[in-house]
Design a protein around this ligand. Structure first.
Ligand SMILES: [Zn+2]
Ligand SMILES: [Zn+2]
Length: 72
């Protein structure tokens, strides 16, 4: 079995990070049952799915016209 670290985020999601592939995996290249050896708690972090995407840096440079364009 391969050794995994279970990472717990503040959004209650878990991620499994492999620490060490076992010899079975190295021989067969097949992922076997994970053996969780460590629990890492990151309660000040969101997982990659819940992390808000930061707006692009150039967003504030877009000038929006204040004049309403009347439809003719
Ligand atoms: Zn394994
Ligand atoms: Zn999450």
């Amino acid at each position: 079995m391969c050794d995994y670290t279970q990472v717990e985020y503040c959004c209650q999601h878990f991620r499994f990070v492999v620490q060490r592939w076992c010899s079975v995996y190295e021989r067969t290249n097949k992922v076997c049952a994970p053996n969780v050896t460590h629990l890492e708690v990151r309660h000040d972090e969101l997982c990659s799915d819940c992390r808000p995407r930061s707006p692009p840096a150039w967003e504030h440079m877009i000038r929006r016209s204040k004049r309403a364009t009347p439809y003719i």
